[in-house]
Design a protein around this ligand. Structure first.
Ligand SMILES: CC(C)(COP(=O)(O)OP(=O)(O)OC[C@H]1O[C@@H](n2cnc3c(N)ncnc32)[C@H](O)[C@@H]1OP(=O)(O)O)[C@@H](O)C(=O)NCCC(=O)NCCS
Length: 224
């Protein structure tokens, strides 16, 4: 409703310093998240730091993703086989020289979008190239340029990014991909032993089994 500067100004009237600071921080954070989510599809609880950019609005970011500062998803391309890579050859430039429209070449700038899975952490100063899919649970190390798809739960790093290792053993990864904890309401997650992933898998299995049982009984009672 109010622009950011007005919200921040109104914060000055909160008398308690610690509350004032907290509210101001929340307002600024909410503002940046709003701007970022307008640029592409962001899943529940995902966030990005300042300097985040995305070129294709069809880009998708799953749930619970942490995207650090200065990360770019699918930077747009310039033509590399034309006389020049400069956009004057194919665009109506808002600044600088302009060619008559009939002299410009056709260049399709939009490439396939990136898809970032759920629970992905992308480190600071990283770039994910067009069309790359980063699997659920993956980590992109800081300063990486990711040019190829990243498998679920892999940690990749470098230029171009290579697999460093996997976060968990193959059986745990398989279980997590099947259980899809990120699709559960946060209320159901709150008592999980987060730092003990094999136990989390056990607990998640129980939650999913209880859901399936209640779903089955719902269906049975609906059939009566
Ligand atoms: C990748 C990361 C998560 C650490 O993972 P890890 O498996 O614990 O890594 P380690 O420190 O044990 O190093 C393992 C290997 O990865 C390499 N590595 C670590 N960070 C790397 C990076 N950013 N780029 C390339 N390689 C990296 C190490 O050199 C090491 O290589 P080696 O086995 O050849 O010696 C961490 O380095 C990182 O990049 N975190 C992101 C930090 C960030 O951007 N935070 C922003 C706030 S949201």
């Amino acid at each position: 409703m109010f622009p950011l500067f007005l919200k921040r100004f109104l914060c000055n009237f909160i008398p308690v310093r610690s509350v004032r600071k907290r509210v101001r921080k929340r307002i600024v954070f909410a503002h940046y998240i709003k701007i970022r989510t307008r640029k592409c599809k962001f899943g529940y609880a995902s966030y990005a730091g300042s300097g985040f950019g995305v070129s294709n609005k069809e880009t998708t970011v799953g749930k619970y993703c942490s995207i650090a500062r200065n990360v770019w998803l699918g930077p747009s391309q310039h033509p590399i086989s034309f006389l020049s890579t400069h956009p004057v050859l194919y665009l109506d430039m808002p600044y600088g020289p302009n060619l008559p429209p009939e002299c410009r070449c056709k260049f399709e700038r939009e490439k396939p979008p990136c898809h970032i899975g759920n629970d992905v952490w992308i480190g600071i100063n990283s770039v994910i190239m067009d069309g790359v899919t980063v699997g659920d649970g993956a980590i992109v190390a800081s300063g990486s340029i990711v040019t190829k798809d990243v498998p679920p739960y892999a940690i990749v790093g470098g230029v171009p990014a290579k697999i460093i290792r996997y976060r968990f053993s193959p059986d745990i990864i398989e279980a997590l991909l099947e259980l899809r904890w990120w699709d559960l309401p946060i209320e159901k997650l709150k008592n999980l032993p987060f730092d003990d992933v094999p136990r989390c898998v056990e607990e998640l299995r129980k939650i999913r089994a209880a859901e399936a049982a209640s779903g089955a009984s719902d269906t049975a009672s609906a059939a009566k």
